[in-house]
Design a protein around this ligand. Sequence first.
Ligand SMILES: [Zn+2]
Length: 314
Amino acid sequence: MPAHVMTVQGPVDPGDLGFTLMHEHLVTRFWHASHRYDLACMPEDRRYVLEELSRLARTGCRTLVDVTPVGINRDPEALREMAERTGIQVVMGCGWYRDSYFPARAEIDRRSVDSLAEEMLAEIKEGVAGSGVRPGIVGEIGTEKDWMSPAEERVHRAAGRAAAAGGLALMTHSFASDIGLWQLRVLREEGVDPAKVVIGHADTYRLKPYHMALLEEGANIEFDTLLWYRPELFDNALDLIRDYVHEGFLGQLLISMDTCKAEHLSFFGGAGMTAVHDRVIPGLLGRGLSEADISAIFVDNPRRILTVETKVPE
Ligand SMILES: [Zn+2]
């Protein structure tokens, strides 16, 4: 297969990716984690999500990456149906999320790292059993705290092996600490090219030396909680992005919304999926970024990261 990006509807030419949101969720359920008492899912009534996706398409967005892992309700067939109905190209993830969300049936603590990797690689090659839908990225895989638990380390190692063997990029979930450096170290040990690693939620730990360390190692950092995690610091996030562009890291920056709960949708009072178009891009242009800079963040960088160059066995 020539260079391509794998969507839930099959491979597409990387040139057709267009404007891309790299870290979203269209179907989720978090309720089964014992500590969750918030409105912890996307609405079961799909009409809300479909309407938001249609609005998103009207802003010019062409592609959305759904990094919902197994264990918080990844649903390949639902993703394919939503892509068909809205015309938005959807790229699906694979792997397991983090400690509280590892499904017991995955037996992550009992199987070998290679066996976990093989399960992901089988999906990458043949599609998720029963649906034929193939993941186009590994992740999001994550850490619960500011350390990596033994089970999380096994998942990171397996995910790294699967991503390296399948030629896919890898998205992490890092939160409110410098754990991204630990994630990157483990992934590098497993042969992953840092240029194919996205440290998700990097904006939840806004220490410049931390971001610089990730960027200087060649990884990509993603600002994706701008409007729901400490939204009072929205302006500060845009200032940081402007600074990193000025410092020469434009090619390693990503921005998304991480829509993952009903309350993030406009129908439920949230910023909605179009907030990148409504608020983020005007804010960046107002800080002196050019249209070409915007295009790098939302078109060129996602295309480079998501393009599968190696031949995936048929
Ligand atoms: Zn996450």
